[in-house]
Design a protein around this ligand. Structure first.
Ligand SMILES: C[S@@+](CC[C@H](N)C(=O)[O-])C[C@H]1O[C@@H](n2cnc3c(N)ncnc32)[C@H](O)[C@@H]1O
Length: 284
């Protein structure tokens, strides 16, 4: 698909604006980043590349794409769309930049883009990035957009340039998020609730620990709305394999326990997800 340049994209080396130059992006100091023929660009700064192949592996990304494409999480994608429409209804005119940080295979942004009414679609920029090049490759296969390999730690976007920022099951860096959020921008954090995939967790773990990641946000953010989405889905063996592979459960459970889960032809699993919308807080 086609790479779309966003005016707020910055050089990951010196933070100066990036411009299109043929099939590359270039900054005023001559740092050049080639756009891959698939339609994405690698803007991962040297300090953020902490391993040879950072982020989710090729297999994890393929498993996530297969699982999400079966629409088990469509109610979550619909919730993202509703939040986007709600936000856009508060912005009368002008361009809106929608970003997914750690966007995985781009399922959620694509769902939003496909379902935006024409008038909004024309004034909305879709930006997604992930530290995994395999994930970004999948995004670029899905649709046109500003897709790049990058890290939450140093997001190569100008200060105050993002209106709606999704962090879905990701690894947030709040100071980075705060820097790129527009003054009236919103951060949407999506995290698992206590009952998420409980039936699977009861099979693969001897003891279920309460989730320890109940977040305390830094004082630079305040929660302005919260909703919980809960429903059940029926998952067959192949989808269950993908679900295991795309989550940390793959590494945390033993092969015997995983096999026990996969011996079921069909499992009914609870989806329990929390959506929180946050605004930058004014600190006195
Ligand atoms: C649990 S997956 C969620 C993917 C996607 N948000 C979704 O919900 O389908 C976490 C993603 O974060 C990416 N990731 C890990 N560390 C990151 C970082 N420092 N910056 C950006 N992405 C990162 C991984 O490569 C992976 O795609």
């Amino acid at each position: 698909m086609t790479f779309v340049i966003h005016p707020a994209l910055c050089c990951p080396i010196d933070a100066s604006p990036l411009m299109m130059d043929g099939l590359s992006l270039i900054c005023e100091n001559g740092h050049r980043f080639d756009v891959a023929r698939q339609g994405y660009v690698n803007l991962l700064g040297p300090k953020d590349k902490r391993s040879k192949d950072p982020g989710d592996s090729k297999d994890m990304v393929s498993a996530r794409a297969a699982f999400l494409n079966a629409d088990f999480y469509q109610p979550l994608a619909d919730a993202c769309l509703d939040i986007t429409l709600g936000y856009c209804s508060t912005v009368a005119d002008g361009r809106i930049t929608l970003m997914d940080a750690g966007c995985g295979d781009g399922y959620y942004l694509h769902h939003i883009q496909e379902n935006l009414p024409n008038d909004l679609d024309n004034r909305t920029s879709i930006v997604g990035f992930d530290i995994s090049k395999w994930a970004v490759l999948q995004c670029a296969r899905r649709c046109d957009g500003t897709w790049f390999v990058g890290s939450n730690r140093h997001i190569p976007m100008a200060e105050g340039s993002v209106d709606l920022l999704f962090d879905m099951f990701g690894f947030p860096d709040y100071s980075s998020f705060r820097r790129i959020l527009a003054p009236r921008g919103r951060l949407v954090r999506v995290t698992p609730g206590d009952r998420h995939l409980i039936q699977l967790r009861e099979i693969i773990y001897p003891n279920i620990k309460p989730r320890s990641d109940r977040k305390l946000y830094p004082e630079t953010f305040k929660v302005v709305s919260k909703q919980q989405i809960t429903y059940e889905m029926s998952v067959g063996t192949e989808d269950l394999k993908n679900l295991l592979l795309m989550t940390p459960h793959m590494f945390r459970s033993t092969p015997e326990r995983r096999q026990q889960a996969l011996s079921h032809d069909q499992l009914t699993l609870t989806v329990d997800i929390i959506f929180e919308e946050l605004e930058a807080a004014t600190i006195d």
